[in-house]
Design a protein around this ligand. Structure first.
Ligand code: PNS
Length: 161
């Protein structure tokens, strides 16, 4: 039976660290669904539509990966799309505590899903969407940390303000 994995997150915006993980997951699982959290209670920097566009551009050419968005409980969405694995990236030990808590809570909510932790390339271990936005806003270079399309969107957004 095919194993479908979901890679959930805010992706606000997608970074090269996320893309690295998508490639690694696509090599391990039959299909990978990148799922963007649509959280009505939070104001993201990029809209769902923009985040979807950036991710679609990033995964172009990877045959077994698709992009979607979801609201509500992750485990409910996992079941809805017929996935059995949740992929989460661990960059450093500091990520582990939060990720462990989420993984165990998701396991409590559904015993049909397994969380698999994957490690991005070491060169991205310091990378986060939050830092990328901050650096871009302050005029620093984010070249090589995000796809070119994302780099352009960030700089044009900050230049307008
Ligand atoms: O990239 P992020 O922001 O760290 O991703 C967090 C995400 C989207 C995986 C997490 O917030 C999530 O799963 N939210 C959906 C709501 C939910 O299921 N909450 C209970 C988690 S134990």
């Amino acid at each position: 039976m095919d194993t479908r994995a979901i890679y959930p997150g805010s992706f606000d915006p997608v970074t090269n660290g996320h893309i690295d993980l998508i490639h690694r997951s696509a090599a391990v699982f039959d299909t990978v669904v990148v799922a963007i959290l649509h959280n009505a209670g939070k104001t993201p920097f990029f809209s769902i539509e923009e985040r979807t566009e950036m991710l679609l551009e990033a995964i172009r050419g990877i045959k077994n990966v698709s992009v979607t968005s979801f609201e509500g409980l992750l485990v409910d969405f996992v079941e809805q799309i017929g996935a059995s694995v949740i992929i989460r990236g661990i960059r450093a030990v500091s990520d582990y505590e939060y990720e462990l808590q989420m993984a165990l809570m998701n396991r409590r909510l559904s015993n049909k899903v397994e969380t698999v932790f994957m490690l991005p390339a070491e060169s991205y271990s310091f990378l986060s969407s939050r830092l990328v936005k901050e650096i871009s806003q302050l005029g620093g270079s984010i070249h090589g940390l995000v796809p070119e399309d994302v780099e352009k969107r960030l700089s044009s957004r900050f230049r307008i303000k």
